[in-house]
Write a protein that binds this ligand. Structure first.
Ligand code: F6P
Length: 333
């Protein structure tokens, strides 16, 4: 068998650990041929497919990014390079030209939606989950999320000391698209005084009042805001007006720092696990599935069941209750 592999959507830490596990296992243990597709589905649209050898992936366990490159706008069913036209036949032709028997697609919600359609068109696909947003359905923890949590947590811990020194209010915006997982876990791990989640909503008046209470009690406040809940840049002038000139407010959008750099030990292990288990799944021809991570082990879920809607934080989730128990979470109403 000849297997193609691509990393779609936005990058994250741990992708190279996954590629290492996948390629070493497919080639050295099972004697299969592997090709890397450059920049996600763009590589299949633009014919950027090249051999991927064990030598290329060895030593990549700790490397950030993706050695294959990523692209988050290359949708074959609405290709930007052809005015938004459906160019999926190009993908099928490219796979055929290179003699690819199957594809391993590493990605989040958007990438899996494409993967599922490509699978239905006749190219066998195995999906492997990665996204710092942790919002793939039926998947408890996606690759890259833990590393992003570490960045948010580290940023909050650093902001805390400077907020305390200056007696300021500091707002940090975490990524996560429409989901609050990253702000919630990062906020808990980094000791945020307040956490604002899209799933729970918030009233600006209450945020102001809680910041004032924190200032009165401890002299400063650090707030972790999920990007899906609010933009800290938009929030800043209104909150500053409410706090008055006597209180200094600063805001920080953490941005792509959350996606770059060395993966945490958890993501190195998860990446290795997904790579090796993914290779075993390919050999067993478990296609049309997402190999999901469920805390205790890997499970298969039909791709059709995981796409279409993001996995949001349930308002009654145990981590939300933990944050509530610490008095750290805001909720509307
Ligand atoms: O889905 C991953 C993610 O990092 C989101 O958290 C964020 O909203 C988005 O991608 C940023 O995308 P871009 O890299 O295009 O700015």
């Amino acid at each position: 068998m000849h297997i193609g592999v691509l990393t779609g959507g936005g990058d994250c830490s741990g992708l190279n650990a996954l590629l290492r596990g996948l390629v070493l296992n497919l080639v050295e243990r099972h004697g299969l041929r592997v090709s890397g597709v450059r920049q996600g589905f763009l590589g299949l649209l633009e014919d950027r497919v090249e051999p991927l050898s064990p030598e290329r992936v060895r030593g990549q366990l700790l490397e950030g990014g993706s050695l294959l490159g990523c692209h988050n706008k290359a949708n074959p069913f609405a290709y930007f390079g052809a005015g938004g036209a459906d160019c999926s036949e190009r993908v099928l032709a490219c796979a055929q030209r290179h003699g690819l028997d199957a594809l391993v697609v590493v990605g989040g919600d958007g990438t899996m939606s494409i993967a599922e359609r490509i699978h239905r068109l006749g190219v066998p696909v195995l999906g492997l989950p990665k996204t710092i947003d942790n919002d793939l359905m039926h998947n408890e923890r996606s690759l890259g999320f833990d590393s992003a949590v570490e960045v948010v947590s580290q940023a909050l811990r650093r902001l805390k000391t400077t907020a305390a020194s200056h007696g300021r209010v500091l707002l940090l915006e975490a990524m996560g698209r429409t989901a609050g997982w990253l702000a919630l876990e990062g906020g808990l791990a980094g000791g945020a005084d307040l956490i604002v989640l899209p799933e729970l909503g918030f009233e600006e008046a209450e945020l102001l009042q809680r910041c004032q209470a924190l200032l009165a009690r401890q002299g400063h406040a650090v707030v972790c805001v999920a990007e899906g809940a609010a933009s800290v840049e938009a929030l800043r002038p209104r909150l500053q007006a409410g706090l008055g000139e006597g209180v200094e407010l600063r805001s920080l959008v953490l941005g792509h720092l959350q996606r770059g750099g060395e993966p945490t030990p958890f993501d190195r292990v998860l990446g290795s696990r997904l790579g090796v288990m993914g290779a075993e799944a390919v050999v067993a021809r478990r296609f049309g599935q997402l190999l999901s991570w469920q805390g205790q082990g890997c499970e298969f879920r039909p791709l059709a069941d995981v796409v279409g809607q993001p996995r949001l934080v349930p308002p009654g989730h145990e981590l939300v209750r933990t944050a509530q128990g610490l008095g750290a979470v805001l909720a509307r109403g």
